[in-house]
Design a binder for this molecule. Sequence first.
Ligand code: ADP
Length: 265
Amino acid sequence: MNPISDLINDSRKIVIKIGSNVLSNDQGEVNREVLHNIVEQASDLIKQNKQIIMVSSGAGICGVGAINKWSRRGDMNYKQALCAIGQVELMMAYKEYFADYGIHVGQILLTREDFKDAHRTLNIRNALFTLVDEGVVPIINENDSVSVDEIKIGDNDTLSAHTANLWNADALIVLSDIDGVYDKDPKREKDAKLIEEVENIDKLLEEIDIGEKSSFGTGGIATKIEAARLVSEYGISMLLLNGKKKDIIKKALNHEETGTVFTGR
Ligand code: ADP
């Protein structure tokens, strides 16, 4: 019995969330090799008769890659413009890589408002179910260009949890640049210990140090733990794995790699 491989094996509908730190290299450019490898693993899961929805960050980095003259512009207009440009680059990469496995992709961009309104929620649900039923992989991101603070979900960990709940997923796999949740930030503390299974999220939060937000201003480990809580309310388990490691999902299935699985309700 291994809770990680059991979860993947037992899940038919899987949401895979890819963090911006996974998709970028040390120079802040898109790491195409990593992206291609994740697409390959998603395609493998589809071959095993599973259904996949991807929630992908990375529009901002792709934008910097495409138009690097704006990379240092901090003002919101430029950030939003960069995301508009980068989202196209990101989707072109997904389209090209999934095409290698004969799979089409569809893009869905969402804001917080979309999850608050029952009519919109129903439309998103219908679009997701239709795409997946037809063998297309939906790729979801926050609609950064229109997302001002009031309507922003704010991070893709939360967006992926809402998506998993809306689609009645069996599992949410969050790919980040760490092996899982540790008792303290592993990038700062060398003796940090990995926690492989979390049954009680409140207890976990009392016991660990969750550090600060990441350099891309995304959620850090705190929003990942909150995502686990959100999906747990719908009986969905979350798995946190290191998406920078080649073949991580395959290796987790074969017990060659580990991560953190949230099994609590
Ligand atoms: P992503 O871009 O994948 O969404 P983030 O950078 O937002 O990832 O969050 C993951 C980061 O959170 C890790 O790289 C790690 O440095 C930091 N972190 C802080 N505290 C912890 C902890 N207790 N366990 C794991 N990671 C932690």
